[in-house]
Design a protein around this ligand. Structure first.
Ligand code: DX5
Ligand code: ZN
Length: 222
């Protein structure tokens, strides 16, 4: 298995010091960018201009998590803003065919395509569509806010995904998002996650780079 991927969520960063905050996570693999529209989730974050600013301020791949309605209207914009991966929610598209079509459009833009599922959404209907996606983002909190408590029952979804990806011989990456910390990352890694988003655990610490390393070591050792 390749080394665990750690993707700090800049939602928890101090935006008045964005450059320094990004420099403080130089041990990270990716940077997770949470886009919230105040409709799909009850919170607003930022949009394509800030995403482009983040892209200019770091050489790390941007993992762009669209918690927005009508994601199909925005993929070109976020590709242009510098996304390395575009993650949309299956709850925000009309049906499974629309999700597959959107993934293809994202890939045609030269960007990795991913879908995310909320805690209440079942994974089973998506297992035979995994080959259309480079990654799946499993939410382990209700999307909308950082700093929430990890939902361990979401690991059952991860186990089902892991089994299905391995059985089909795919290399789809499983990423998990919400409440990931030194206390929870081991269980998520054991269940089969490859990539881990962490917001508060990293940016609310005095040593963000150290926490990133610690998270990677804990995931690798699980
Ligand atoms: C939640 C976001 C997460 C969030 C993670 O809606 O998608 O990426 O920033 O933050 P923590 O790690 O604090 O749960
Ligand atoms: Zn996120």
């Amino acid at each position: 298995m390749s080394a665990p991927i750690i993707s700090p969520s800049i939602l928890a960063a101090d935006f008045s010091r964005l450059g320094e905050e990004l420099a403080a996570i130089d041990t990270a693999d990716w940077v997770h960018v949470d886009i919230m529209d105040g409709h799909f989730v009850p919170n607003l974050s930022f949009g394509p201009d800030i995403t482009a600013t983040v892209h200019r301020s770091t050489d790390k791949p941007l993992d762009v998590h669209l918690m927005i309605e009508e994601p199909e209207k925005w993929v070109e914009t976020y590709a242009k803003a510098g996304a390395h991966t575009i993650i949309f929610h299956v709850e925000a598209v009309a049906d499974d065919q629309a999700a597959v079509d959107l993934a293809q459009r994202i890939r045609d833009l030269g960007v990795r395509a991913a879908f995310s599922i909320k805690p209440g959404t079942a994974i089973e209907p998506w297992l035979d569509k995994l080959h259309h996606f480079d990654e799946v983002l499993v939410m382990s909190v209700e999307p909308g806010f950082g700093g929430q408590k990890f939902m361990p029952e979401m690991l059952e979804k991860v186990r089902k995904l892991r089994r299905s990806i391995d059985d089909q011989g795919l290399d789809t990456v499983i990423e998990i998002d919400g409440g990931i910390s030194p206390e929870t990352i081991g269980a998520a890694a054991e269940a089969g996650c490859d990539a881990f988003v962490a917001g508060s655990a990293v940016f609310k610490s005095d040593d963000p780079a150290g926490v990133v390393k610690q998270l990677r070591d804990l995931a690798a050792g699980a």
